[in-house]
Ligand binder design. Structure first.
Ligand SMILES: Nc1ncnc2c1ncn2[C@@H]1O[C@H](COP(=O)(O)OP(=O)(O)O)[C@@H](O)[C@H]1O
Ligand SMILES: [Mg+2]
Length: 390
């Protein structure tokens, strides 16, 4: 191991699964970090691209669509990083009330992520809500870990035992996070850092906070997802992006080995620069991709609307159905009855018009409980979220 560039932390003897191991206790933030001109350039570029993404959302009357879609994309991909087996289409089908098969508990996890994010954002926006704090993250964690699979993971609570990352047993772990008795202090330092000013640009601060959180690894499970959710919250808190439109986890998923290697390099070598640079590249890349996707989706919906209006069997209901699809890209007839507040025959007719135009496609092949997908929309939205991409 190379000598660290700077003070990174210290080790303390701890025990896990009956073995004595060295647990790592990081120094509090911030590290002595001086941004090179190159890094400063990256910061400015990422800031610009984020604000452009914010504008791409605001320009169109359909910001709500993009928030809806991109938050789901982030939830699915962040969950996939450590192996949750649910795709974006699984999630949307589940939300549409279509039957889910074996992936049920995976889809539940993703759905929990959405609930955790919505809860945290709502707390931060309301005057009486919790501030960005350990308590808020614990409450988010409680919601994330709700249900079958998370129940044994102490939802909403800091771990009370020593954990380790990678390897088959503590002695061959890649990394041993701090012992449980240190968690309270470390998280309170992190919380103070978030609320204290320093000279670093907020994007860099968000990068530092994410590694520090992953290094502390305060929960039995869900540390990656809560740590990435924290990035989303920080971007909003520090006014870098007013809505959660950035699905940054896609960058981490795409470069997972690099992501893990750089988290490690901070602890082993004090190499904060390499991590910060990677993080900023991720922000720029995904901000561009999300803005392009937003534009694509918007153009598609407009094109499809024009096609409906010029179709011989055009109806007001069919056009109204199209307007609902971005928030409900997978629908059933009963769902359309509710969405359009109409009768079953009228709903079926509207679906029929869109089906004939190829805008909606029936996917079950059944005569009953039919499920229709807005395929063109889903194709564009789901890029990078398929399980085989993992
Ligand atoms: N060497 C490492 N040092 C610190 N954090 C790491 C390291 N390797 C992986 N991680 C983080 O740990 C996360 C996995 O922890 P886990 O508690 O299982 O979270 P989740 O269940 O949300 O995926 C990864 O997504 C990553 O963010
Ligand atoms: Mg996990």
């Amino acid at each position: 191991m190379a000598t660290p560039k700077r003070q990174v932390g210290r080790y303390e003897k701890s025990t896990a699964a009956g073995e004595v191991i060295s647990a790592f206790i990081p120094e509090p933030l911030p590290p002595a970090l001086k941004l090179s001109a190159a890094l400063q350039g990256r910061v400015r570029l990422a800031e610009q691209k984020l604000s452009r993404l914010g504008l791409a959302g605001e320009m169109v009357p359909s910001l709500e669509w993009f928030i809806y879609a991109f938050v789901r994309k982030e939830a699915v991909v962040s969950s996939q990083i450590e192996g949750t087996q649910a795709s974006l289409v699984d999630l949307l089908a589940y939300e549409a009330g279509a039957p889910v098969g074996e992936e049920a508990s995976d889809v539940e996890e993703v759905s929990n992520y959405l609930a955790a994010l919505a809860y945290a954002r709502q707390q931060l926006r309301s005057e009486k809500g919790l501030p960005l704090s350990t308590r808020l993250l614990n409450e988010a964690h409680r919601r994330l870990m709700k249900g079958v699979r998370g129940a044994s993971k102490q939802p909403g609570e800091l771990r009370r035992s020593q954990n380790w990352i990678g390897g088959t047993r503590p002695s061959n772990a890649v990394f041993v996070p701090p012992p449980p008795h240190k968690l309270g202090g470390l998280l309170s330092d992190l919380e103070k850092y978030i609320h204290r000013d320093d000279d670093l640009p907020p994007l860099v601060r968000a990068a530092l906070v994410h590694v520090q959180f992953e290094t502390i690894h305060p929960y039995l499970d869900g540390n990656g997802r809560i740590g990435r959710l924290l990035i989303t919250l920080l971007l909003e808190h520090w006014k870098l992006l007013s809505e959660p439109l950035l699905y940054l986890s896609l960058f981490f998923k795409r470069h997972r080995a690099e992501y893990y290697r750089l988290l490690n390099a901070v602890r082993l070598e004090g190499d904060w620069e390499a991590w910060v640079s990677f993080f900023l590249e991720g922000i720029s890349t995904i901000a561009d991709e999300a803005a392009a996707t937003a534009r694509d989706l918007f153009v598609l919906v407009n094109k499809d609307r024009a096609r409906i209006l010029s179709a011989s069997n055009a109806s007001v209901m069919a056009a109204r159905l199209l307007d609902q699809l971005p928030r409900h890209p997978i629908v059933t007839i009963p769902a359309v009855v509710k969405l359009l507040d109409t009768t079953k025959p009228t709903a079926a007719k509207a679906v029929g018009v869109l089906d004939q135009l190829g805008i909606l496609q029936e996917t079950t092949g059944r005569r009953r409980d039919r499920t229709f997908r807005y395929t063109g929309y889903l194709e564009r939205l789901r890029a990078g979220t398929e399980l085989e991409d993992s």
